[in-house]
Design a protein around this ligand. Structure first.
Ligand SMILES: Cc1ncc(COP(=O)(O)O)c(C=O)c1O
Length: 437
């Protein structure tokens, strides 16, 4: 068996040949065991190979693997819509299913275009929405995702995200520690936000994409790939106000923040802001490929029948996995665990931040936590970030980086993680900081 036949286009953070995995652990073919604080990039929230999810997959596979929704309606799909209705606000009661996050984001934009009769989309600097051509145009987290592919579809405009640690207004007057304190007071805000990002958005609506041409504003309620940024609540509330003012659809990309990751089922619950369209994927089906576009019946009714669809969405095995994932999350109180373990993790990281000046900022919600590394001048320090990730991996703790400058370590363990496992991860991280300092 050779890896030579795998396309080199995949960027690989580690070189691990996996044998099997369970809970938060990955076991490789050499007999080594790793703590997986990557969760397959925020996917395996119920832990690897959760027995109930595995059984649901096996049972459905034995009954029927695929029946196209235009031909048959599977019981697993209706079970899933019932489950979704129980965890989503009552207004968000109609669902479209596809396979990947990017596919669902594309679908949400198509829905917004038909629902409004408008052409343009606004997204945010630092955002990541996928790697298809449209979602690449909407992605503004790193140039590497676009290089060699441009020009991309037109009609996409970028506005600044409310990123307190990097806010240009704050940067003029505050040092790293002051900006970290500002960032720590998000998302509750407390009225500290200077409103820079919303001002720039209003300016964009005057200068580049007129409201009557703007179908949707698409936003991650916590920025993922762009650096795990928790915005002030006032930012999301301001987006809602602007969308209401101009009849623009507000789309929340909860591909990464959904399914308990932030200590609530959905990140939107932290701010109380309700989108017109919600996009889900990743944790939805515990690793089976499935994504969803969710909206009110009224909005969905504007989507012309037959104008969108696909062969697989929703695959019946994925749908069965998703329905059981929701039941497991509720029965095993994984949302509560995400919130509690996230607090424990942040408290541990903040202690380390006081000791190691290279940690410029610690931020997050639930088990979606970031440590951002800076040099003595307060600038992004990718080199130390890479060294720490490597040392942690050498000591069997797997973590990934993110952020436009790749100087952020993201902490995203499966939501079944225990207090002891968080302590163990913090111990390995502290030792790696010592070694790197
Ligand atoms: C917020 C967000 N949106 C969309 C996507 C794209 O999802 P997929 O990789 O399943 O296409 C991702 C993937 O990381 C993401 O984090």
């Amino acid at each position: 068996m050779s890896k030579e036949n795998l396309a080199p286009v995949w960027a690989r953070a580690f070189d691990i040949d996996v044998d099997h995995a369970e809970g938060i652990y990955i076991h490789d073919t050499q007999g080594q065991t790793y703590m997986d604080f990557t969760s397959g990039i925020g996917v395996t929230n119920t832990g690897h190979a959760h027995p109930r999810v595995v059984k649901a997959i096996q049972d459905q596979a034995a009954k029927m693997i695929h029946g196209q929704i235009g031909v048959v309606t599977g019981k697993a799909v209706l079970d899933l819509t019932d489950q979704l209705r129980q965890i989503l606000p009552p207004q968000i009661d109609t669902y479209f299913f596809s396979n990947s996050g990017a596919e669902a984001i594309e679908a949400s934009v198509k829905l917004a275009k038909q629902a409004t009769g408008r052409t343009n989309v606004i997204t945010f600097e630092g955002s990541f929405h996928g790697r298809t051509h449209m979602t690449m145009a909407m992605t503004m987290s790193k140039t590497s995702y676009r290089a060699g592919y441009q020009p991309l579809p037109s009609g996409v405009f970028g506005a600044p995200y409310a990123h307190c640690f990097h806010c240009p207004v704050a940067q003029r007057t505050m040092d790293v520690a002051e900006r970290a304190a500002l960032s720590a007071s998000c998302p509750t805000d407390g009225g500290h936000c200077c409103g820079y990002a919303l001002d720039q958005l209003r300016y964009l609506l005057k200068t580049q994409s007129a409201p009557q041409e703007t179908a949707a504003i698409v936003v991650e309620p916590v920025l993922g790939e762009g650096g795990y940024v928790v915005p002030p609540n006032s930012f999301l509330q301001g987006l809602r106000t602007i969308c209401d003012e101009y009849g623009i659809m507000l789309i929340f990309d909860e591909v990464q923040t959904g399914f308990g990751r932030t200590g609530k089922f959905f990140a939107m619950e932290h701010s109380g802001v309700m989108p017109d369209i919600l996009v889900l994927a990743k944790g939805l089906a515990s690793g089976m490929p499935l994504s969803a576009v969710a909206a009110s019946r009224k909005v969905m009714a504007k989507w012309t029948p037959g104008s969108h669809g696909g062969t697989y969405g929703p695959n019946l095995v994925s749908a069965a996995a998703a329905a059981e994932t929701i039941r497991v999350m509720r029965d095993e109180k994984l949302i509560e665990n995400s919130a509690a373990r996230g607090e424990q993790l942040m408290a541990g990281l903040r202690k380390l931040q006081a000791e190691f000046k290279q940690i410029g900022d610690v931020r997050g919600l639930g088990c979606m936590v970031a440590t951002e590394f800076v040099d003595a001048h307060g600038h992004a320090d990718k080199a130390i970030t890479d060294r720490i990730v490597k040392t942690c991996a050498d000591h069997k703790l797997l973590m990934l980086t993110c952020g436009s400058y790749q100087n952020v370590i993201r902490w995203i363990p499966p939501l079944v993680v225990t207090a002891d496992q968080i302590d163990e991860a913090l111990r390995i991280f502290a030792a790696a900081l010592d070694a790197a300092a």
